[in-house]
Design a protein around this ligand. Sequence first.
Ligand SMILES: *Cc1c(COP(=O)(O)O)cnc(C)c1O
Length: 558
Amino acid sequence: MNKLLHIPPPPISAESEGLQALINYTQVLDHHVQQRARTCQSMLPALAFAPDALTDTGPKYPIRAFSYLDELERDNDETPADENQLLDEVARYFRGAIRPQSRHSLFNMVPEPSVAATAAAWLATAYNTNSLMDAFGGEALLIEQQVARRIGRWAGWTHAMGIACNGGKLTLMYAIKSALSRVAPDSLRTGLPPDIVILCSEGAHYCVEHAASLLGLGSDNCLRVPANSEGRMCTEALRRTLNEQHACGRRVAAIICCGGTTINFNCEDTHEVREISQAFAQEHHLKQRPYLHLDSVIGWLYLSLPAADKHQISCPRIRARIAEVHHRLRDTSGFDSLGVDFHKNGLCPYASSFFIARERRFMDELGDGNYHYTDKDFQYGQFRAYRYTFENSRPSQGILAAWINLRKLGRYGYAAYLNRLHEARDALTHALERHGLFRVLNHASLGWEVVFEIPFESDVVALASTRQELAMNFMQECWERVDAGYDLPLFSVVPEYRIDNDPNAVTTAFFLYPMRQRSHYEWDETVALIATQFHLFQSRLRIEQKTLGQMQFENPIR
Ligand SMILES: *Cc1c(COP(=O)(O)O)cnc(C)c1O
C-alpha cells in the first residue's frame, strides 16, 4: 500500500480537525470491535484438526444463536449508556457479520472494497451529503449521471442516464416500473390495469416476483420462461409464452433478462430475445415491443472488456468464457435498461447499485404522472432526482465510491479484475482436483464461482433419510464453527443444483466464491480444511450411529 496513505496531512481547517477526531474515534470503536472478537475466540477450545483456527479472526465476527422476541422483551434499559457500554453496543452490532477481509470469506460475491472507494464513501458519510436534488447535493448528482453514462457507453448507448440506488433489487423495481408506465401510461395516475404481466427467465433472481408484488403488479403476474441447458430462456418457450399471454388478452409489459447470476451465470442471448420480442410486436400490431431489461448486476463487469480486446486475455479458457458472454450480450444496445451492482464485483462498499437506462424517459415514467422533464431541468440548481426515485432524502456514498473506482481503475482496470477473478476460480478448481476428494461440477459456468460435490459414503448415507439431509447437516456443522468464531472456510450449499442446467441431474452441491486470487498453497489449505471437517462429520455419525434429526432448513439465499 502507498505509504503516503498512512501520514495524515496537517489540519487545514476546523473541519479537518473535526474529521481527525472522527477518524480517531472510529479507531477507538474498531479497536474494541476487534478486541471483542478476539476475546470471544480465546474462550473457544482449540481444534485438533485446525490448530491455526484461533490465530486470526475468522470470516465472521463470533456470534451465538438468540431469539429475537426474547431479546426484545429484555431490552428496556433507557438510561444513558456510559462509554464502555457504548463500545460494547458497537461491538454487538458486528456480531455474526461476514468479514470480507478474511481469506476464508468464500460465502458469496462479497469482496473487500477498495481503500480509495471506501474512504471516499466514508467522507460522504462524515460530511452527511444528501442527493435528493442538486441544490442540496451539488455535483454528486452530475457524477451519478457520469457513472450511468459511462457504463451505458459500454452497453452501446450514447445518451444513457440512470439512478444510484440501494441494491440490485431496486434496479429491477425501477426497470419494471418503467415498463409498466410505458405499456399503460395512464397507470401513473390511475393505478395499474389488471391485464398486465411481465416475463423473466426460470434462472432469474428470486426477487423478481417480490419486486412485481411491491409495485402492485402482483407476484402471480410475473411468469418464468423455462430455460435450456445453457441457462438461458428457451427461444421456443419465450415465443410460446408471449403468444399465449397475448391470446388470453394480457399485455406483456417487460421481459426481464438474465445478465449473469450467482450460480451458473445464467445469461440470455440478448439478440435472440430482442428479435423475438420485436417480431411478436409486429405480428400482433402492438405499438411497441415489451420493455427489455438486462439484469446485469453481475454481468456488467464483462462489458468492461471491449469485445475487440479479447485477445488481451492470455488464458484460452478464460478468453472463451468472456467471449461467450460477449456473444450473448452483443445486442445490449437494443435493450432499454440494465442494472449494475458495484458492491458485488465493482470493489465498492454498499450501497452502490445503478439502474441505467438507454434514454432519459425513465424520469417521466417513474414519476407521479404530473411532471415532464425538459432541458431546463438539467441546469445546475434545477435538477431534482426525487421526482423519479423511490427515496426522497437519498444517500450518495455509492455514487462517489463507484466513480472513484471507475476513474482509478479505468475500463481496463475492471477488465483486469474480471480476468483475475477467473484466474482465482481456475486456481481453486485445480486445488479441489489436486486434493482428489471432491468433484467440481460447474466446468461449464461462465462465471467465477466454484460448485462441487462432496462424496458421502454409503454407510453414512444410510443414517439419513436423504443425501440432501446429510449435506445440509454437514453445512450446518461447518457454519456453527464459523459462527462460534473459528477461522475456517465460510462456504455455502445449493440444495437443488442442476449439473449443466440439466433438470434430471440434480444434486445437493456446495460452492465457494473466490473474490480475489490467492496462492496455490492457500487454496490447498482451504480445500484441506473443508475435507477434514467432512471426515470428522462422517466419523462422528458412524460412532454415534444415530439417525439425523429432520432439520428446519430454509434454502440459503443467493
Ligand atoms: C444480487 C442479485 C440481485 C439482487 O441484488 P441486491 O443487490 O441483493 O439487491 C438481483 N439479480 C441478480 C442477478 C443478483 O445477482
